[in-house]
Design a protein around this ligand. Structure first.
Ligand code: NAP
Length: 491
């Protein structure tokens, strides 16, 4: 399938069109795309769910549940009115193959439109949906399917689901979503690394001391207790988001920006991760589970007191781990990853710390040890900042740390654009670079599975950490062995 530069008229079919993801993210993102002229010809949104609604009632639901998630600066009542005239609703039980005829009738009204199927339902429906679409003849050679996480809970189950999808769609038609790859600073990091000659000589062992990736959430598990308890932080966050970020940092320059070139390089990184033997799992991973405590003004319960969580649950709500990449560029450079719920603050950032000076002529002043850092923040604000030492204006030769802003997103109003919008634009254009290929996902699970297995076999219980903290103290210990600490100064 070719990668189109001009979008062709399309039908975006959202299975699970009444759900939380559709209302909070997908519909607002498509509205923005429509406003920017990105729904050419008679392109449509077709929402699919079981709830008994007619089209007018679905439009009302969009007004109450999706419209508030459109950025107020981008909302315009006239544009919204013409946007919803492009929105249809089809009521189907997705498990019932016969009911897909109604979807077929709706699609046949615009037979020339490219069919984009977005699976925004629980993963147990992915197989049946693909099967019924295929059996009802609703997949054409230019159709595409986007699949949300989670795709499996280990390597074997991910393979099962991928086999079911592959029975209906070719790999070039499958777009596996990791919305972290749609975030502006992540895409900007690709531009920064491969659009400039400046960083390349520094982007390696001997120049970079360590890399830290933190995805910390203040949120707990909300109403997802049962789901979360089966999943845990390692599967929910590390297997996909954190490893994908690691790949973007560590990959070699791709030969082009096309889908397979970037994904080939990311795959090599995943295959170069030092395998997690039981000994390394025990020494280099930390599991945690939050216990009651204070976050801001609020007194919050611990994980075991959350709805849907068994009183003796051993599921981790926090993971920290250290890994290395066994190749010429990165051998010996530690990569530290951590993620957790009910942490002190909401922040997602990548911190690349450069090596310290061989000798400082300013040794009587501010610690000049490893002050050069590239900090790529994804949340709560999107930014890329380079930390350097500079002379304090006016005084004699006195140094002070300053941060250079390398990200012009503010000037371009790019913060109005969410990750889902960027990914939908690429789905519409048929560009796969920012979606996970099956072999990448398989390589990630192949690395994660031994961690899960060792935790189970060795009875590694999660360590308690207080709500509103930075996780168990042992997480700091992972870095402390090298005299390092987590970067928390801007947090
Ligand atoms: P949700 O709020 O529970 O929505 C599920 C949707 O699926 C509803 O529209 C529901 O509609 C529909 N559905 C369920 N069974 C159906 C059936 N048999 N036939 C037809 N429609 C059916 O879930 P969500 O939060 O939107 O999440 C959807 C998927 O995205 C999940 O896999 C989730 O893990 C993933 N995800 C969600 C988020 C997020 O922020 N929400 C983020 C990342 C990934 P009816 O009840 O009307 O049938």
């Amino acid at each position: 399938m070719s990668e189109h530069s001009d979008p062709q008229p399309f039908d975006l079919v959202i299975f699970g069109g009444t759900g939380d993801l559709a209302m909070r993210k997908l519909v607002p993102a498509l509205y923005n795309i429509y406003k920017n002229g990105g729904m050419p010809g008679e392109s449509r949104l077709i929402a699919v769910a079981r709830t008994d609604l007619d089209v007018a009632a679905f439009h009302d639901l969009m007004a109450s549940d999706a419209q508030p998630h459109v950025h107020p600066d981008l909302f315009d009542a006239d544009t919204w009115a013409t946007f919803i005239s492009r929105v249809d609703f089809v009521r189907i039980d997705l498990m019932d193959g016969a009911s897909y005829a109604a979807l077929g009738e709706c699609l046949d009204k615009q037979p020339g439109n490219t069919r984009l199927y977005y699976l925004s339902t629980g993963p147990r429906l992915f197989g049946p949906i693909c099967n019924h679409l295929s059996a009802n003849g609703l997949i054409k050679s230019d159709s595409r399917v986007a699949v949300e996480k989670p795709l499996g809970h280990d390597r074997a189950s991910a393979n099962e689901i991928n086999d079911l999808i592959a029975a209906a769609f070719n790999e070039t038609q499958i777009f596996r979503i990791d919305h972290y790859l749609g975030k502006e600073p992540v895409q900007n990091l690709i531009a920064l690394r491969f659009g400039n000659s400046l960083f390349e000589p520094l982007w390696r062992r001997g120049r970079i001391r360590d890399v830290q990736i933190t995805v910390a959430e203040e949120l707990g598990i909300g109403r997802r207790g049962e789901f979360y308890d089966r999943t845990g932080a390692l599967r929910d966050m590390v297997q996909n988001h954190l490893l994908q970020l690691l790949c973007i940092i560590a990959m070699e320059p791709p030969i082009s920006v096309d889908g397979d070139s970037i994904r080939d390089e990311k795959l090599k990184v995943l295959r170069s991760l030092k395998p997690m033997t039981p000994e390394r799992v025990v020494n280099n991973t930390v599991r945690g589970q939050y216990v009651g405590g204070t976050l801001g003004e609020a007194e919050l319960p611990g994980y075991l007191d959350e709805n849907g969580v068994p009183a003796d649950s051993q599921t981790e709500t926090f993971v920290a781990l250290k890994t290395t990449i066994e190749n010429w560029r990165w051998a010996g450079v530690p990569f530290y990853l951590r993620t957790g719920k009910r942490m002190q603050t909401k922040v997602s950032e990548i911190v690349i710390t450069f090596d310290s000076l061989p000798h400082s002529i300013f040794s009587d002043q501010i610690a000049s040890n490893s002050v050069n850092r590239l900090v790529i923040q994804l949340q709560p604000v999107e930014s890329i900042k380079l930390h350097i030492l500079s002379k304090k204006p006016g005084d004699a030769l006195t140094l002070k740390p300053v941060m250079l802003d390398l990200d012009l997103s503010q000037s371009y109003n790019a913060n109005y654009i969410n990750a889902y919008q960027r990914l939908l634009v690429d789905l519409i254009a048929g560009k796969q670079a920012l979606f996970m290929r099956r072999d990448e996902q398989d390589a990630a699970w192949a690395w994660i599975d031994p961690i899960i297995e060792t935790w189970r076999a060795h009875g590694v219980a999660p360590k308690p950490y207080r709500v509103g903290s930075w996780g168990p103290a042992a997480s700091g210990g992972l870095l402390g062995r090298r005299g390092l600490s987590w970067h928390e100064e801007t947090l």
